[in-house]
Design a protein around this ligand. Structure first.
Ligand SMILES: *Cc1c(COP(=O)(O)O)cnc(C)c1O
Length: 480
């Protein structure tokens, strides 16, 4: 177990040997000691102490550089390290937020160019990079729904959300002041068309949907779904969190969606396990352009500029230009892969998911047994009879050195294990994952007590997860 860096401190030990300036020498001849006793002294440690301390800390937790991270819906993909270097270039990272457009033409060109790529990838007509994440993109999108109908003089108070949706969809609708109508999924895991038809009245502003959905299944009825919503004057919102399955293969714009958000930090690389920073740009069709949050990037002749002047804009969501570091990383990712590379990434993401699905469907239970896209949802329900729950299985996986998949989501699968391997994991890694899941299934039958105690090899075992979020007590108090 790693100690606090303060506990390594030895008087006089130093990591750097810069000479003090004359003035400092006069004030405090004691080298490297603090003058003011009221301040906590900085730890006095060598470069090796510092390096070993932080490397050791970085290995206590699990992360995508340590091993496979198959969280469904989150798309914990490989994040090329070169993106970090580019995002840190001074021309991007040192831009002053109040810079005149003339002084940041390069950055604006990058945003304009990435927008052009995203328009091609999604089939939408105009984007803004304002929202900080998918959830904020949803809020922006649903506020556009509201303003659109307000200006038309139509009073629509409801939004339809399928029961397989991510929790942010109904939460967003409620935050924007709409009542949520939940409709059930059909036997194939898609939207139940007759339930949709019944729910879709002229009081409904529209439908929020992701395709492929959270079961990893593509809804082939999407054009019929769009027609049902549009026929009643409603709008379609696309939750783009699953775009890793679609790049270069299918486009929400062609499916009939009016507004989409993308999670740049999922589909277009950026480490986001710690909860940010993210970027959730939204794109709209021509008829909703004027509603976008400001600013948007425009080009006149050879000059790029930020346009704050959108006639029906819902306003501002974020300081300045959005989370630009994430935008730069997405740009590098898109440019590096190109059209064919992006398509290949999505195909591989789907292939890897289907490989795992086929290998694991008998060992666990696969409620919706169809070809999947980039993710699939197993059920751990058959282990209930041994007193083992999905949570126990997930905890046990940590002992085998892999991160657990997403659990208990989507809500429509009992004891859900939602697995998304992503495109970059090798067959060897996937096979090892299958071996681990197989071994745990055996253990669940033969040694359920072991699973109740897992994880046994991590720095801490079972945490009170709700309390841990509210009171993050980072000082380890157990045995060293
Ligand atoms: C991640 C996710 C969201 C929310 O996106 P954030 O960027 O985390 O705010 C919405 N819907 C689905 C399906 C997701 O997986």
């Amino acid at each position: 177990m790693e100690r606090l860096i303060f506990e390594y401190s030895e008087p006089g030990r130093r990591a750097i040997g810069l000479p003090l300036c004359d003035e400092q020498m006069e004030r405090d001849p004691r080298l490297n000691r603090h003058v003011d006793d009221r301040l906590t002294p900085l730890p006095e440690v060598s470069e090796q102490d510092v390096m070993r301390h932080y490397v050791s800390l970085s290995t206590l937790n699990y992360h995508v550089d340590k091993g496979m991270y198959p969280l469904g819906s989150c798309t914990m993909k490989y994040n090329p390290k070169v993106n970090e270097t580019v995002a840190r270039l001074e021309g991007f990272s040192h831009v002053h937020p109040y810079s005149a457009d003339e002084d940041i033409q390069g950055l604006l060109a990058l945003m304009f160019d990435l927008e052009k790529e995203l328009k091609v990838i999604t089939g939408m007509d105009k984007f803004t990079f304002q929202p900080s994440a998918g959830a904020q993109g949803e809020l922006a999108g649903i506020k556009i729904f509201r303003k659109y109908f307000d200006l038309k003089g139509e009073k629509r108070t409801k939004i339809i959300v399928p029961d397989s949706a991510h929790g942010t969809n109904p939460a967003t609708s409620a935050m924007a002041g709409f009542d949520v109508i939940t409709i059930p999924s059909n036997r194939q895991g898609g939207v139940d068309l007759s339930a949709l038809e019944e729910a879709m009245t002229e009081e409904v502003a529209g439908l929020m949907l992701t395709n492929p959905n959270t079961l990893g299944l593509f809804d082939k009825n999407i054009l019929k779904i769009a027609a049902i919503v549009h026929e009643k004057g409603g709008l379609l919102y696309y939750d783009g969190a699953n775009l890793n399955a679609c790049m270069g293969l299918s486009r929400p714009g062609d499916m009939g969606f009016d507004i989409v958000h993308l999670n740049l930090h999922k589909t277009f690389s950026t480490p986001h396990g710690g909860g940010g920073p993210g970027s959730g740009p939204i794109g709209v069709k021509e008829h909703l352009k004027a509603f976008l949050p400001v600013p948007v990037v425009e080009k006149k002749g050879r000059r790029y500029y930020l346009d704050y002047d959108l006639e029906k804009s819902i306003g501002k969501l974020h300081g300045f230009f959005g989370n630009i570091g994430v935008v730069v990383k997405a740009y590098v990712y898109v440019k590096k892969l190109g059209t064919l590379g992006l398509r290949e990434a999505s195909r591989m993401a789907c292939l890897n998911a289907n490989y795992l699905q086929k290998k694991l469907r008998k060992k666990y239970h696969l409620e919706y047994d169809r070809l999947c896209k980039h993710e699939f949802v197993l059920s751990g329900a058959k282990f209930k009879k041994y007193g083992v729950r999905t949570l126990d299985i997930a905890k046990r996986m940590l002992d085998y050195g892999v991160h657990a998949p997403t659990v208990y989501f989507p809500l429509i699968v009992d004891e859900a294990l939602m697995i998304e391997p992503t495109e970059t994991e090798s067959k060897q890694t996937l096979d090892r994952f299958v071996d681990i899941m197989t071994a745990i299934a055996e253990e669940a039958r033969k040694n359920p007590d072991l699973l109740h105690e897992a994880p046994l090899t991590t720095p801490v075992s079972r945490l009170d997860e709700a309390a841990a979020v509210k009171e993050p007590d980072l000082v380890y108090k157990g045995d060293l």
